[in-house]
Design a protein around this ligand. Structure first.
Ligand code: ZN
Length: 182
């Protein structure tokens, strides 16, 4: 950040009074521009024993498979974000179910939330950000071509729980950052 979004003057990194961290602070109007983690929300759309995955048409991880997921927007709930992302990326309608995973990814300052969901019909197709959209049974999941570690972790937990016959909520942390992965 170089300029104040309030008055357009330059900003400097300073520790505000009573704070402990460096913040972008406007030299003119004094506005403090806090930066906080971003929330990514996705869904595991289920149809009988299969789940819906999208192949990414955008970077990062172009060509790799993922669950429908994306950054939460202002003024929406996490469940609404899951439904919106599924509609945008797979043109698919879902009924959002229970929150299934919450994964902290502190090295990139993100929190990823994945819901279980029921796919309402088979009328889906790739949205703008997807190359293809398809249903996969567990033994068809392209494990080596999953775009992000939070997605493969959520999928692993999903199939583990399904085999066990009970779904529970999983809070996880992904900390070690191999290069180019999320
Ligand atoms: Zn300012």
């Amino acid at each position: 950040m170089k300029f104040c979004s309030n008055c357009g003057s330059t900003v400097q990194l300073r520790v505000p009074a009573g704070d402990t961290l460096l913040r972008h602070t406007c030299v003119s109007c004094g506005s403090i521009h806090y930066e906080n983690p971003k929330i990514v929300v996705g869904a595991i759309p289920e149809w009988e024993d299969r789940i819906l995955l999208c192949r990414r048409a955008i970077d990062p991880r172009h060509g790799y498979w993922t669950l429908p997921a994306g950054f939460m927007e202002n003024s929406e709930t996490t469940a609404q974000a899951a439904a919106r992302e599924t509609l945008e990326e797979a043109c698919a309608r879902i009924e959002v179910g229970d929150m299934f995973t919450l994964i902290n990814v502190p090295h990139i300052s993100q929190v990823h939330i994945v819901y279980r969901a029921r796919l309402l019909d088979l009328d889906f197709r790739p949205g703008e950000e997807s190359l293809e959209v398809a249903l996969f049974s567990e033994d068809e999941i392209p494990w080596d071509d999953i775009a992000f570690r939070t997605i493969s972790l959520s999928l692993r937990r999903f199939f583990e729980d399904r085999r066990r016959g009970t779904f529970r909520f999983h809070e996880e942390d992904i900390t070690a950052p191999p290069p180019d992965t999320i």
